[in-house]
Design a protein around this ligand. Sequence first.
Ligand code: SF4
Length: 329
Amino acid sequence: MKPFAYARASDPADATAQAAADATFIAGGTNLLDLMKLEVMAPDRLIDISRLDLAKMQETDDGGMRIGALVTNSDCAADVRVRQRYPLLSRAILAGASGQLRNKATTGGNLCQRTRCYYFYDTAMPCNKREPGSGCQALQGFNRIHAILGASDSCIATYPGDMAVAMTALAAEVEIESADGETRLVPVQEFHVLPGDSPEKDNILTAGDLITAVILPPPVAGKQIYRKVRDRASYAFALCSVAAVVEMDRGTIASAALAFGGLAHKPWRDEDVEALLVGKKPSAELFGKAADQLLAGAKGHGSNDFKIPLTRRVLMSVLQEATDTGAAA
Ligand code: SF4
């Protein structure tokens, strides 16, 4: 690990002011410390934000919830209000990592976790995300966990998290404080970016930006499901995950919000798929059309070709469960 300077921030304004170009925030450190040990990331300065007053879960005036950026994944998943009103979020968080990691990992840090592309972590290999312009070993290499949607010729990495996939389906927003003292809200759906020609960039944060909270809107009606398919039953990243909030009204799909993990450089949402479902009666034919729409632009790279039929099956199964009202045929 390369030497670095360390400073502790006293409040969010102090944190953003201290965060110069080469400074990196650290809270739980569950991803960052691994990256620093491997010298995939080598920040000159770490700003410790772990003692800031950002670990509260609060109800908002409109009936939603504000999850402080330092709320741990364990505390968020266990909160009775989250379990009752946003069970999708609780299930997604509990589907990720291990108990020990969830006890340390924070809400803000979870959003900022980096890809698990094998070549990104191997400094002997070319990787445009780690070293822009060096190439992408995954394109010709083993790419079982890589993207089938929204990738580019520069990078086919996936965003690895579960929590943000659920937050995307729930239409949550990220609260960000910048060095000039401004606070802005960004939909989780717009927080992560596609790789394009700049795969070194994972999200829209710029120097000094500090995530202070995630805002959940009031819960919407409907069944909430989080389905994750992975190589092991626990402690594995998604090959494909689906977060769904689907409301039925007299046998017809009244609303549908769907987000997908393990498929792209960001949690993937396709509003055309949702529009195709709304107002229709559930059927295998309809679900097949939804899968066709979702996967129309999908592209495998060899080892990950299986994700295309896998995603089709997972989506159809989730829609079957989400629209099953238990009524006799
Ligand atoms: Fe690097 Fe992205 Fe290629 Fe992986 S897929 S080697 S992260 S450029």
